[in-house]
Design a protein around this ligand. Sequence first.
Ligand SMILES: CC(C)(COP(=O)(O)OP(=O)(O)OC[C@H]1O[C@@H](n2cnc3c(N)ncnc32)[C@H](O)[C@@H]1OP(=O)(O)O)[C@@H](O)C(=O)NCCC(=O)NCCS
Length: 120
Amino acid sequence: MLIRYKKTYEKIAMGLLSYMPGEHSVKALQETIQKYETEDDWQLYLWKKGEDFIGLLGIEIDDDTYTLHHLSVNPSFRGEGIGKAIVERIQEQFPDKECLSTDETDDFLKRFISKEGGAD
Ligand SMILES: CC(C)(COP(=O)(O)OP(=O)(O)OC[C@H]1O[C@@H](n2cnc3c(N)ncnc32)[C@H](O)[C@@H]1OP(=O)(O)O)[C@@H](O)C(=O)NCCC(=O)NCCS
């Protein structure tokens, strides 16, 4: 289940974000979280399975597109189709928008989306 981020989830969100390349320092993680908390067009979601938050997705919304900036799954749950399910769920939420990728999310997205991405 995809759940919109709120402040009480900050620690678990930072933990999941830390699996992204380039998000290893506490400072970088705090800056990223801050962006999602303060900028309306940046939206962060957590994937909940049972009682546990095991995945994270962060997007930047635009008029006709949204860009997938962050996607991560707890290593204990990888390879079970959760990354794919998270991407599919957000596409259902924004059916009229094209999903774009960044350099970091492009390879994974290309597995599931036929359209060319590449926002950066
Ligand atoms: C990328 C990630 C979210 C995939 O989550 P997941 O739940 O394991 O994904 P799925 O089970 O739906 O898909 C797994 C498949 O994606 C592949 N895959 C994993 N990371 C990939 C990447 N960066 N690029 C392309 N393919 C990737 C796996 O090898 C696997 O392939 P297989 O099915 O042929 O064995 C997870 O590996 C992760 O959190 N990685 C660290 C964060 C990261 O690097 N994010 C940037 C990329 S989105």
